[in-house]
Structure formats: structure tokens, C-alpha cells
Design a protein. Structure first.
Length: 93
């Protein structure tokens, strides 16, 4: 089963190819998606990397979480499916 990784704190200049090259050091990368702002066309500062092997994905988290890329410290972790994410509540009323 494919494992999807969240990659946060990306700089605006980070490309999908940058992430593909980096994460390939940990194993096979099946897809990369840097999330772009629809209005500006610039990176929203995060993206996702999918890897077919769970052990390789866990290795990628170990290798790249807190690593610098383009002067930004990356945040890398295994992405939870939408239904498994904790529900955030707001105290604002």
C-alpha cells in the first residue's frame, strides 16, 4: 500500500523535481505534488510525496524531517487520511 508523506515549510522556489530528487535518496517515489495557490500561482509552502514502500517512506521521514532545503527547515511526516485527522475545535465565538 502506498504511503503519502506531508512535506511542510517549503520555500517558494522549491519544485516538485527538487522533492522527487531528494526523496529518491530514501527509495522509490511514485508521485510528488507541491500545493500551489490558485490566485498567485505560488507555492502554498507544503506538498505531498507518495512512496510505494512503507519502510522507505519511514526512512524518508527520518532522513528529511528537520533537514534544510532552500534555507527552510522541512517538516516531514506520514500524512493521515482526511477521515483519520483529529477534529479541531475553535474557542472563538
Amino acid at each position: 500500500m502506498e504511503t503519502r508523506l506531508y512535506v511542510g515549510n517549503l520555500s517558494e522556489e522549491t519544485t516538485e523535481q527538487d522533492l522527487r530528487t531528494m526523496f529518491s535518496e530514501a527509495g522509490t517515489v511514485s508521485s510528488v505534488n507541491v500545493v500551489m495557490d490558485r490566485k498567485t500561482g505560488k507555492s502554498r509552502g507544503f506538498g505531498f510525496v507518495s512512496m510505494p514502500d512503507e519502510a522507505e517512506a519511514e526512512k524518508a521521514v527520518t532522513l528529511f524531517n528537520a533537514k534544510d532545503l532552500h534555507s527552510h527547515t522541512l517538516k516531514v511526516n506520514i500524512s493521515l487520511p482526511r477521515e483519520d485527522r483529529p477534529v479541531e475545535t475553535s474557542d472563538k465565538q
